[in-house]
Design a binder for this molecule. Structure first.
Ligand SMILES: *[C@@H]1O[C@H](CO)[C@@H](O)[C@H](O)[C@H]1NC(C)=O
Ligand SMILES: *[C@@H]1O[C@H](CO)[C@@H](O)[C@H](O)[C@H]1NC(C)=O
Ligand SMILES: *[C@@H]1O[C@H](CO)[C@@H](O)[C@H](O)[C@H]1NC(C)=O
Length: 452
């Protein structure tokens, strides 16, 4: 959806104890990128998932640190037939072993947003917010999750660019993506795919995708994802315009998936599920994540959570039967094994306001994390990073994000540090929910322009 509500929340989650990631033999094969697709071993991997953040943006809590809630919900995930969940906010000081291992036992991967409401870029004034305090927090989140085989991917940002004007912030999104990839390599971690979750902004959707995949290898993403609410039932592959998106993204060199989908303007038939996992889309798309698991004020939920119990809503049953019908395409689904870089889009006012292809340099104060590690993160209770000082000065040279070492850290021990969770949970625009109690709520002013 093209709008996003960036909520900065003041909240008080108790910092959980720091603990080493307990890695153990899990039933899941780590996912990697080949050409424009994901693979688990030799098998093409399609994301069949839901967005998972009980409490939404108004009650930010780490669902992966909540063992009981996690186990309660895994029962439903299994019934639904999914293989992935996306979580928008975690506490990088908490212990995630129990939930991550239970998810792995159920064959479920995690797609994780590394930002939290208080530790994230400020799209309106990105330069000061791109600082060492911010990077320390997101690197601490990487430390907390890299050791699990079922960590599928990291989102470096969510809907930071949410209209033509905010495209000026794109170099910062790309710099953060570069820094996370560089951190993973410098620390010697498994090369967990890193990419951005874009808003579906029709004016610059393609430019954003090309931009995140252009330039030197250290500056390019591992995949591209976007939120898409344009298929509103009753609809079809053609009527929704999804056929045009497949056409326009044909030849794009990275995996693409939908980081949120599931228009709720009318009764949801979830017919888009059948298209998404068919050969109409599989040469270009690698599945997606339905928004969202729990019922929140925006009314996208599949289930209603009430303490220890969960009741399935009509949408749950509908989606469950569509997933059951939508088997994966045969073989490799016609993916493009070549992959490769895009050209950088040219400056084009008013829709694409990136002046040139140069990225901001990593803030000086953050360089040491590459060699020393990030240490303990701020968790969800930290003071926040947006105005913390220590911002980037100067521009980077191509190749600056190439790992200068390949850390010695073994995948079996990492610090689960941090404290802070800054997440940008996207709330659909047509949600009139009283969002958040907290600090800042920025609503997109472009509401409706691209809604179908
Ligand atoms: C596809 O690309 C064409 C040409 O650039 C553009 O006019 C059209 O809006 C795009 N359609 C979609 C759905 O992105
Ligand atoms: C495969 O990807 C490469 C690199 O992006 C591109 O040049 C080529 O046209 C693609 N082939 C197809 C059939 O899409
Ligand atoms: C690129 O654009 C930025 C502003 O976005 C500017 O600060 C920088 O000097 C430009 N770099 C070059 C090489 O033109």
């Amino acid at each position: 959806m093209r709008t996003s509500t960036l909520a900065t929340l003041a909240l008080g989650a108790a910092g959980a104890a720091s603990a080493a990631v307990v890695k153990r033999a899990s039933g899941v094969t780590p996912v990697s990128v080949k050409g424009n697709a994901f693979f688990a071993g030799d098998d093409r991997f399609y994301i069949r998932g839901v967005d998972y953040q009980p409490g939404g943006s108004s009650d930010v809590a780490d669902p992966i640190a909540d063992e009981d809630g996690c186990k309660r919900d895994i029962v439903e995930f299994t019934k639904l037939g999914i293989n992935a969940v996306r979580v928008y906010t975690v506490d990088n000081t908490a212990n995630h072993d129990a939930c991550m291992n239970a998810l792995a036992d159920a064959g479920i991967y995690l797609v994780l947003d590394v930002n939290t409401p208080k530790y994230s870029l400020n799209r309106a004034d990105p330069n000061p917010s791109y600082n060492a305090v911010y990077l320390q927090s997101i690197f601490a989140t990487i430390d907390a999750f890299h050791g699990y085989d079922n960590t599928l991917a990291f989102f470096s940002g969510n809907e930071v660019v949410n209209d033509p004007e905010s495209s000026a912030a794109a170099p910062y999104v790309k710099a953060v993506t570069r820094d996370i990839r560089s951190y993973i390599r410098n620390r010697g971690y498994r090369q967990i795919p890193v990419g951005y979750s874009a808003a579906d902004v029709s004016e610059n959707r393609l430019e954003m995708a090309e931009y995140m995949n252009c330039g030197s290898d250290d500056e390019r993403s591992d995949f591209f994802a976007f939120n898409d609410y344009s298929w509103c039932d009753p609809s079809s592959f053609q009527q929704s315009g999804w056929d045009q998106k497949v056409k326009n993204f044909t030849g794009y060199g990275l995996p693409i998936f939908l980081s949120e989908y599931g228009c709720n303007h009318a009764t949801r038939d979830f017919d888009e599920v059948l298209s998404l996992y068919s050969t109409d889309m599989s040469p270009v798309y690698s599945g997606g994540l339905v928004y969202e698991y729990s019922q929140e004020p925006s009314k996208y939920g599949l289930v209603e959570i009430n303490g220890d119990s969960v009741s399935e809503l009509t949408d749950f049953t509908t989606l469950q039967s569509q997933f059951a019908k939508a088997t994966d395409p045969q073989g490799d689904g016609g993916y493009n094994s070549t992959g490769g870089a895009s050209g950088c889009p040219a400056y084009s006012s008013p829709n694409w306001l990136v002046m040139n292809d140069t990225l901001p340099a990593i803030p000086d104060g953050a360089k040491k994390y590459m060699t020393q590690g990030a240490g303990t993160g701020p968790g969800l209770d930290g003071a926040g990073s947006q105005n913390a000082g220590g911002a980037s000065t100067g521009t980077a040279t191509a190749g600056s994000g190439t790992a200068s070492q390949t850390g010695s850290s073994s995948s079996s021990s990492s610090t689960s540090s941090g404290t802070n969770a800054a997440v940008s949970i996207k709330v659909p625009e047509w949600s009139f929910a009283p969002l958040v109690c907290g600090a800042v709520v920025v609503m997109s002013t472009l509401f409706g322009a691209t809604l179908l």
